[in-house]
Design a protein around this ligand. Structure first.
Ligand SMILES: [Zn+2]
Length: 422
């Protein structure tokens, strides 16, 4: 009676039945033994000759599958899978367990729940919750990701973005390639030098894409990425996005501020929060606004640099290419003019260097207006990556981080998810 109830709950149908139930109290485990019924071979044909003249030859060794927990009990399915023999062609084969997932030791339901939970919490926690080794969960995830990624088709891919992300502080990097159309993560390559483009190109061929079909690459202004594009994607225009430009600008302003702080003892107090000058006007607290007003009255280089930052930001907001082009040129000469002034020469020099880099990469910066490229894509990938790092916590491995990136942003729709978001 109980066996029948379990068979129904497991949705076994009429080809399989539960033959035994055992509760191992000490291990908090329920073992459910399943066996095949007389109806197993009904409607089945030989995979070789397609005839239906089959018999059960014998049964393979017992195997175990992790299944969903029951109350606080871990549930394990046990079965000796039958081996069929085709009387016509003599082929023998082991009949597949219908409950089996992609992993030979877990059920489909188990995997679906594990994968759903892994979207919402660190893998180590899922392991604890589901009473399994988290290495097993990573292995399951790996199989799904490989299977789903093999189906990807990049034959229409033309616009990509690439960004370097640090794994551990300052040392190890992955370069993440993104589809600028649907914002999904395409590929994560090891390192941040030009050869990441070769790794990506290999993957591109595997997925029916072609490096010469790529017409646009959004990226930062690093020389290694530039040479990577030049030697692999000859038809691609390099687009330098505002997200990275703003990062460089903020660094330059930080230097202006620290130069002034070091040398002007009387206003050191006003300059003790360099991050303040990296914030947008509307994000400033009233006290911070007053600080900036004071710095302005005192004719400081930091206040001037902040003004320049806001002005550049406005230029990047404009929709018109011609306005942006004129605005940028005017902005660059403004910076050069101010730097010429004796009182600011030393302090504003980091901004002068920044302005020079804009001049050097001018075409690639203006290109974003021509292509309507959004800044938000690479910025979004950056924030996803931070979240992914938290999710893969406890695992320093680059491979796990890559897997998590594909899992969360890889547009892999075939991975089970019991609570899909819309
Ligand atoms: Zn056969």
């Amino acid at each position: 009676m109980t066996e029948q109830l379990f068979a129904e709950m497991l949705n076994l149908g009429d080809k399989w039945e539960v033959s035994k139930l055992e509760v191992l109290a000490e291990q908090s485990c329920i073992e459910v033994t399943i066996k095949d019924t007389a109806k197993l071979l009904e409607g089945m044909e030989c995979p070789c000759c397609k005839r239906t003249d089959l018999i059960i030859k014998d049964h393979a060794n017992e195997r175990l599958w992790d299944h969903l927990q029951m109350w606080t009990y871990k549930t394990v399915l046990k079965c000796r899978l039958p081996r069929a023999l085709c009387k016509s062609c003599k082929k023998t084969w082991t009949i597949r367990a219908p409950w089996e997932g992609v992993n030979k030791h877990s059920s489909k339901d188990f995997e679906a729940l594990a994968l759903t939970l892994m979207r919402h919490m660190p893998v180590s926690k899922v392991g604890k919750l589901m009473k399994v080794d988290d290495q097993k969960l990573w292995r399951i995830l790996r199989v799904y990701i490989d299977k789903e990624r093999a189906k990807l088709d990049w034959s229409e891919l033309t616009r990509i973005g690439v960004d370097e992300l640090s794994i551990a502080k300052g040392h190890r990097y992955v370069s993440v390639f993104v589809d600028m159309e649907n914002h999904s993560v395409l590929f994560a390559a090891d390192g941040k030098d030009a050869q990441v483009f070769e790794q990506f190109t290999e993957e591109l061929y595997l997925k029916d894409g072609h490096p010469h079909a790529i017409t646009e690459v959004s990226m930062d202004m690093s020389p290694s990425y530039k040479s990577g594009v030049d030697s692999n994607m000859r038809n691609a225009r390099k687009v330098f996005d505002y997200f990275h430009i703003a990062q460089n600008l903020n660094k330059a302003i930080g230097k202006v501020c620290s130069r002034e702080r070091r040398t002007k003892g009387d206003i050191r107090n006003l300059l003790k929060k360099p991050r303040l000058f990296q914030k947008n006007r509307d994000k400033l607290k009233e006290k911070d606004q007053q600080t900036i007003e004071k710095l302005k009255e005192l004719n400081t280089a930091t206040a001037m640099a902040y003004q320049m930052r806001l002005s550049l930001q406005d230029i990047f907001k404009t929709k018109s290419e011609i306005k942006a082009l004129l605005g940028l040129k005017a902005w660059i000469s403004w910076v050069h003019n101010e730097v010429e002034k004796e009182m600011w020469k030393y302090f504003l020099n980091p901004l002068k260097k920044f302005a020079e880099s804009l001049t050097k990469h001018f075409d690639g910066i203006i290109a974003r207006w021509r292509h309507g490229t959004s800044n938000a894509v690479l910025e979004g990938i950056n924030s996803v990556f931070s979240a992914v790092k938290r999710r893969a916590r406890g695992f320093r491995s680059k491979e796990y981080l890559k897997m998590m990136l594909y899992f969360t942003k890889g547009n892999l729709t075939g991975i089970p998810n019991l609570i899909p978001s819309k």
